[in-house]
Design a protein around this ligand. Structure first.
Ligand code: DLL
Length: 445
């Protein structure tokens, strides 16, 4: 097993410069708001130079001059994913295409992908924010960072890669898949930080155990997991099975990629980096502003993006906000976990339920393994839900129906939803290589 780099060279120390930046991360709220207003006025003015925003602002009766204070932003129109699709591929770029050094695109299952462009300055900002996020999560220049986020059009791989390098880590650019090899390299290189989706982390643990490797015996200290919703139960499961601290990281390609927000040592929400983004909470039905402690849809405005400034982007992600200073000392707003996407919410016999609530009810339940899928079907005019979840390898076949019934009752009492539960044998539920497919919708539209 490789040993730690204890004695860092002067060059490595230099490379690790943008770690914890108290002058930015603990700014007073007043100073943050003043910075945000200045940057917001600037970005709204630049956005107004684009056909899309000019038309949208004109229709809403606002001009860049309408923005005199931060609250004025709620007079401005929202931007939605479809706006990016309609302007496919380069219609939302605010710089000449020649100044764009990188293009990512969403993997959307239907329709045109959404294209996001970055100038060299944007890549630099993103890299700094990812380095800041990694440091906030506890990563250090002396660490080996095993990066199992997918490389390619998905922003996870390259985002974590450049951030890790800038922090000064030794980055292993593994990407997703080839899980046996992942396990071998994590073990042989002695990785300290694992970056991947939480569902893929689960897959890595399982393959390691099949190879007779207990990851708790290695150097792993931190898991930086995100890209999909995950429950507290999943966090505990991953922390226990890997012997790590699991930290949540949030982001979306339209806004930048990973590194928009990240957890810290206090484990009470994810710090959203307010010097580069402005976060709002709205009622998804009415579009009206909500108080921070209400649950609502997160809306994000980019404050510094050059190639793709985005004004009031509707993320569809459901959360609460907290602007109190965190125990860790940071002042940037905390996003209190993502409950799910409002477009993923299922309505089963009149009960609203997010896949992550179902996960919370199942993980750690006796007799079950943490692998599941949710199948939605239509019965007459009602939608019904079938839970397919794997039995733990220790559970005897004759006990499957007893555990299934117990889980059905547990879900009903915790979430209020009636579902059917089918226990599957170990290995039956497809494993994730990146973002897990949790919900299978069999309804005919
Ligand atoms: O998933 C960027 C990313 C990569 C974030 C790696 C974190 C780590 P998209 O593919 O554009 O970008 O998907 C963005 O994924 O709107 C959320 O619905 C969901 N999502 C991302 N991070 C989290 C998280 C990347 N920590 C969409 N918790 C977002 C819950 C998340 N959902």
């Amino acid at each position: 097993m490789a040993t730690d780099k204890n004695n860092m060279s002067a060059e490595a120390v230099q490379r690790s410069a943008p770690m914890y930046q108290p002058e930015l991360e603990t700014m007073s709220r007043e100073a943050l708001q003043a910075l945000q207003l200045e940057r917001l006025q600037n970005i709204v003015t630049r956005a107004y130079g684009l056909d899309h925003y000019r038309q949208a602002f004109d229709a809403a009766g606002v001009t860049p001059g309408s923005l005199q204070c931060l609250d004025d932003l709620n007079k401005f129109p929202f931007t939605v994913k479809d706006d990016l699709r309609k302007n496919y591929p380069f219609g939302m770029l605010a710089t000449p295409r020649e100044e764009v050094v990188r293009l990512h695109a969403s993997s959307g299952t239907t329709g045109r992908p959404t294209v996001v462009g970055y100038t060299a300055g944007d890549i630099d900002t993103w890299t700094n924010l990812m380095a800041r996020s990694l440091a906030c999560a506890g990563a250090h220049a002396s660490h080996i960072l095993h990066n199992a986020y997918g490389y390619g059009l998905f922003t996870g791989g390259l985002g974590a890669h450049y951030g890790g390098e800038r922090l000064g880590c030794s980055v292993v650019p593994m990407s997703g898949g080839n899980t046996e090899k992942q396990v071998m390299l994590i073990n042989d290189f002695g990785a300290h930080v694992l970056c991947c989706t939480p569902s893929y982390a689960l897959n890595i643990v399982e393959i390691a155990l099949q190879q007779g490797i207990d990851l708790r015996d290695g150097n792993l200290k931190i898991g930086l997991f995100g890209g999909e919703p995950w429950s507290q139960g999943m966090r505990k499961e991953l922390e226990q099975s890997m012997g790590i601290k699991a930290v949540d990281i949030y982001g979306l390609s339209e806004i930048m990629g990973p590194g928009v927000a990240v957890g810290c040592s206090a484990e009470q929400g994810l710090h959203g980096w307010e010097d580069h983004f402005l976060f709002e909470l709205i009622d998804p039905q009415t579009g009206m502003a909500l108080p921070d402690d209400a649950e609502g849809e997160l809306v994000i405005t980019t404050l510094t993006k050059e190639a793709l400034p985005i004004i009031r982007y509707r993320t569809h992600d459901i959360t609460r906000l907290n602007k109190q200073q965190c125990e860790c000392g940071r002042t940037h707003v905390r996003i209190m976990g993502i409950a799910g996407r409002n477009d993923d919410m299922m309505i089963i016999r009149g009960v609203n339920v997010y896949p992550s609530q179902m996960e919370a009810a199942m993980i750690g339940f006796e007799g079950l393994a943490p692998h599941y899928q949710l199948i939605i079907q239509r019965e007459g005019v009602m939608d019904s839900l079938r839970v397919e979840v794997e039995a733990s390898p220790e559970l005897a076949m004759e006990d499957y129906s007893k555990v299934a019934l117990a889980l059905k009752h547990h879900i009903k009492s915790m979430i209020g939803v009636t579902c059917t539960v089918e226990l599957q044998s170990p290995g039956a539920v497809p494993r994730s290589m990146g973002k897990a497919v949790r919900v299978i919708d069999c309804r005919e539209n």
